[in-house]
Structures are given as structure tokens and as C-alpha cells.
Design a protein around this ligand. Structure first.
Ligand SMILES: [Zn+2]
Length: 305
């Protein structure tokens, strides 16, 4: 009796094991096929989502392709300028796409003094004043100070940073046997207005615009620009002096850049001015010295985002 019972128990255990194995196999097969089915429907879904986008490109995508999708590479690309980029590229087929974006961001596709903006970064060393960005009638830089009288032609003021840097630069030049003297620095709105009016009366507005800023647009109003001479010859012949060569090689070390050259007149809107320097700080000046470009180009690439 005892033996018989033991046998029955053994049989029951085997039976249950068998049931578990069969159920497991069934579940495995069932779940697996269900998973595959799911994958299939997933694939179908992605197919139905993908197909139309490949077929029908948006207007924006077509335009971006005309610019070889340069927007993906440039963090200063502005989607709101897309049509201007396309138009400028069509007018200037020799320019590469990156240059097109840089030039349009500066505003070169529009005439000087047409689509002007109130300049941001006021009261900082990066403020931009040009034929697209204005400072306005009321802008007076903070911290104007007089430059050490040893390095200027009389009563010349700049912002503190710019003045200190100028003094250091002029002192370094002097130590090496050169004279770099500030002859025109900060100019108020009213002073610039008188200056421009006089030039325009003599030469006509178009000519005056090539060498004099309209009031409110002058870099001199920022307190960060300086015209220099060597104290012996007129500032207009500074480009022929040994001091000019020294400045080309050294001004960046003190945060100053040469602002207007013949080659960049189409960007800045000003004729060659070997005497006009702009304080932007050592870091930016050094970058521009190592990667020659106008301040406008630097500005749209790194500051105007
Ligand atoms: Zn100047």
C-alpha cells in the first residue's frame, strides 16, 4: 500500500512537470510570434510615416537645399533671412554659401542706411556702430576719461578700458622709438552732426558718406574708436609711416584693430583709413589678428546669434 502510494505521487509530479513544459513551450511560441507581428506592424508604420516626407519636400527644405543645407553647419544661420540668402546667392553666384550667410547677416544685401537697427551691446566693448547699426542721438558712453596728455593732441576722451589700453599701446610704441598719438577719439552726436553736415555741404552726401559717418552711426560716438597720427605728419598720411607698420604688428596686443581698409570697403562702407582703430579687447583683437576679418564679420559670426 505504501509502495503504491509512492508510485502515484511520483506519477503526479511527472504529470505536472509535463504540463509546465508544454505550457512553457506554448507560451514561448505564442509570445515570439506576437513580437514578430508587432515588429511587422512597426515597420509598416514607419514606412507609412516616411514615404510622404521623402516625396513631398516643404518649400523651406527646397530653399535650404539651394544653400546646400548650410544651416546645419552654421550656428549663426537665421531662418528668417532665408529668402534674402537665396536672393543674394542668385545675385552673387561666385560666393560660397557660408559667405552668403555672413554677408546677408551683416546687411550687405541692402543699401547702407536703409534697414537700420538699434545697436545692441551698448556700454560694452563689443558695441557695433556702422551703416546698419545706430547708437542714436542720446547715446553717451559711460566711464569716459581723458587719455594721458603725453599720448594725445589735447582734450581727448575714450571709455576707461579703451583709454588705459591706448596709453599702454602708445607707451610700448614710444619705448620702441615710435610715436602713436590720439588725434580724434570720442565724438558726441552733435559734434558728428556738425562734422557730417560740413562734409556733405562741401563734397555732397554720397562722397561724404564714404569717409564720414552720419550722426548716430559713428564709431567715434562709442568712445572706443581713435584716429592716430605720429605727431609729425598729418593723420591722412599715417598709412605711409613706420608707425603704421608698428600698429599693424602690435595693436591687437592692446585690444585694438584696424577698422577700415581698401579691401573691406564693400563691407564697412568706409574708404581706407589707416589711422582709425577700434578697441574691442585683447581677446577679440587677437582672434581677428589671427583670422583676418572685419569687425562686422566677427560680430555676425560670434556675437549676433
Ligand atoms: Zn576715425
Amino acid at each position: 500500500m505504501k509502495k503504491k502510494r509512492k508510485k502515484k505521487v511520483k506519477f503526479t509530479i511527472y504529470f505536472y512537470i509535463l504540463v509546465i513544459v508544454v505550457v512553457s513551450i506554448f507560451l514561448f511560441v505564442f509570445l515570439n510570434s506576437d513580437g514578430k507581428e508587432e515588429n511587422k506592424t512597426n515597420n509598416n508604420n514607419t514606412n507609412t510615416v516616411e514615404k510622404p516626407t521623402v516625396k513631398e519636400k516643404t518649400e523651406e527644405e527646397i530653399k535650404l537645399e539651394k544653400l546646400n543645407n548650410i544651416n546645419e553647419k552654421l550656428d549663426f544661420f537665421k531662418m528668417e533671412y532665408l529668402d534674402r540668402y537665396i536672393a543674394y546667392k542668385e545675385k552673387n553666384p561666385n560666393l560660397d554659401d557660408e559667405t552668403v550667410v555672413v554677408y546677408v547677416n551683416i546687411g550687405l544685401d541692402q543699401n547702407f542706411y536703409t534697414n537700420v537697427k538699434d545697436s545692441p551691446f551698448k556700454h560694452t566693448n563689443t558695441v557695433l556702430a556702422n551703416k546698419y547699426y545706430f547708437l542714436g542721438k542720446d547715446y553717451v558712453p559711460k566711464n569716459l576719461v581723458y587719455i594721458n596728455s603725453a599720448y594725445q593732441s589735447g582734450g581727448k576722451q575714450m571709455t576707461k578700458d579703451a583709454a588705459v589700453a591706448f596709453e599702454k599701446m602708445a607707451a610700448a610704441a614710444k619705448e620702441q622709438g615710435y610715436t602713436v598719438r590720439a588725434t580724434s577719439t570720442y565724438r558726441s552726436y552733435d559734434y558728428q552732426a556738425g562734422l557730417y553736415e560740413r562734409y556733405a555741404a562741401n563734397d555732397g552726401k554720397a562722397k561724404a558718406d564714404t569717409y564720414s559717418a552720419r550722426p548716430g552711426y559713428s564709431e567715434h560716438q562709442t568712445g572706443l574708436a581713435v584716429d592716430v597720427d605720429n605727431a609729425y605728419s598729418s593723420y591722412t598720411s599715417f598709412g605711409n609711416t613706420k608707425e603704421f607698420t608698428w600698429m599693424k604688428q602690435n595693436s591687437y596686443k592692446y585690444g585694438y584693430i584696424l577698422r577700415y581698409t581698401k579691401e573691406t570697403e564693400f563691407i564697412t562702407g568706409y574708404m581706407n583709413e589707416p589711422w582709425h582703430y577700434r578697441y574691442v579687447g585683447v581677446e577679440i583683437a587677437t582672434y581677428i589678428h589671427e583670422h583676418p576679418m572685419t569687425y562686422e564679420e566677427y560680430y555676425v559670426r560670434f556675437l549676433d546669434k
